[in-house]
Design a binder for this molecule. Structure first.
Ligand code: GLU
Length: 484
């Protein structure tokens, strides 16, 4: 059975990369009626952040990439939090030590720093010099008895070509001489990611791993661990996904950019289905060249081999403007009632919350993300703010008098408040006063909303109603140009 996993570390906010990786893991598992697992890799205690696990779970929930098994769900291969399984890792570290595939290292930080400095000066790779590999069993025993702090390192063989047969990157060959004797157990008693991930992938019966390409250089070490532990028959298939890069200047999509965290997309009112569509599309080509496709369609068309990659390079540019466009397309595809519901969920503490339905048809074509609703409609919920400069943009001379006439006409419309009458009455007024009709409607718009741009004028006025609209304009007509 296909089993995939996403294995984030709880080191802070949830990076969009988690959703990106999880998407491929999720879709692939579901395509083959398998299981998608969420595991938390929390063995690096120095980077552990309280609450980060919840943020990860929430982010996957938001993206509709719920795990079938894992931290928030349970399952038969738990625990799904690595810090709860230290004995299991220790057992396999002992096994590696016994088989001679690993060794204790008692070197101090100072010694290692010194060694690396020297190596760098001699233009050598700053690899560990294997001083502790030369220790006799007796010396190791002695050091352990004296409680000298230690780590355990895996022993990398010399002169071996290790081939990573990656579903995306193809066959990647790495000479073992380039690899360092990786620490697998730290001095604090926690295993490193490399050991823990291999052990977990084995016990959790993971068959396919989609993860970021930054892990490709570590994969030869993982392959060795699979071998050393005698598990090579069960080794999963790797698929290293191109990195998400900033659209300007390249570089990893980073926290500094502000839009690297899942939370940003949530708060801005991006729709998870659009984000997921965009993330699939940024590295993968739909066989029919489609840009807009939902997760189900992605699942149907997605094949691991050949993986239809749209970016052969190591990275995929993340274009926020393109995602905004795509999000707008998703918004327009929704029915009015669906969009109303989504806005209600999004605007949970907003005064507009209960009054969204009649506004939706007015703004649907005008917003790209749910948060655009707020600046576009705030004049409907708050008293408008007026600036004389905005009125002065109009080609209307005696604004105060014209507004007075506007009020008179509005008062006369009390019994016939409808769009057609509104249009006719103000066209006539502009003719009578010798003003261009578009300037007349703009003047009413500004007096009503304080803004030069709003959704359709009559419909907007109708949202707050005849009386309130009249009040607003009356107030401006009497107070202009001081608005108080
Ligand atoms: N814990 C690693 C991370 O934070 C997971 C890498 C992997 O998927 O193997 O990205």
């Amino acid at each position: 059975m296909v089993r995939t996993r996403v294995a984030p570390s709880p080191t802070g906010y949830a990076h969009l990369g988690i959703v990106y990786q999880a998407l491929f893991d999720f879709v692939f598992a579901h395509k083959y009626k398998g299981k998608f697992v969420l595991r938390i890799e929390d063995t690096d205690r120095s980077r552990f952040v309280e609450g980060a696990e919840e943020v990860i779970v929430e982010s996957l929930k938001w993206a509709n990439l719920l795990p079938d098994e894992g931290i928030s769900k349970g399952g038969e291969y738990g625990p799904y939090r690595q810090s709860e399984k230290l004995e299991l890792y220790q057992k396999h570290i002992n096994e590696l030590l016994k088989k001679g595939f690993a060794y204790h290292c008692f070197c101090t930080k100072e010694r290692l720093d010194e060694m690396r400095k020297l190596k760098e000066q001699n233009h050598q790779a700053p690899k560990y010099d294997r001083t502790c590999l030369k220790l006799t069993d007796e010396e190791v025993k002695q050091n352990l008895a004296e409680n000298i702090s230690f780590v355990v390192r895996m022993k990398i063989p010399d002169n071996r070509i290790i081939v990573v047969d990656d579903a995306i990157a193809g066959k990647v060959e790495i000479n073992s001489n380039e690899l360092d004797d990786q620490v697998i157990l730290k001095s604090d008693g926690y295993p490193t990611y490399h050991l823990a991930a291999v052990v977990d992938d084995y016990y959790m019966k993971i068959t396919h791993i989609f993860r970021g390409t930054e892990w490709l250089p570590s994969t030869p070490k993982h392959i060795l661990l699979w071998e050393y532990l005698g598990w090579q028959e069960s080794m999963p298939k790797f698929a290293h996904l191109p990195l998400l890069l900033n659209s300007e200047g390249g570089g990893k999509l980073s926290k500094r950019q502000g839009h690297a965290s899942v939370d940003y997309y949530r708060k801005e009112g991006f729709l998870p289905e659009a984000v997921v569509n965009y993330l699939a599309n940024v590295v993968w080509n739909h066989p029919e060249g489609k840009e807009i496709f939902d997760a189900r369609e992605f699942e149907k068309a997605f094949e691991l081999e050949p993986f239809k990659v749209s970016v052969k390079s190591t990275g995929a540019k993340f274009d926020l403007a393109k995602l905004e466009w795509m999000n707008g397309e998703y918004i327009r595809k929704m029915s009015d009632s669906e969009l109303t519901q989504r806005l209600q969920e999004f605007l949970i503490d907003h005064p507009a919350k209960g009054k969204i339905a009649p506004i939706v048809p007015l703004i649907k074509e005008r917003i790209k993300k749910l948060s655009d609703f707020i600046p576009l409609t705030h004049f409907l919920f708050d008293d408008p703010e007026y600036e004389i400069e905005v009125f002065k943009k109009l080609k209307v001379e005696n604004i105060k008098e014209v507004l007075g006439k506007v009020v008179e006409v509005l008062v006369g419309m009390k019994e016939s408040w409808n769009a057609e009458k509104f249009e006719q009455s103000f066209r006539k007024l502009s003719e009578d006063l010798g003003i261009r009709s578009q300037d007349m409607f703009q003047l009413i718009r500004i007096a009503f909303s304080g803004q030069l741009v709003t959704p359709p004028l009559f419909d907007s006025m109708n949202i707050i109603g005849y009386n309130s609209s009249l009040e607003r304009i009356k107030k401006v007509a009497t107070s202009y140009p001081n608005f108080s």
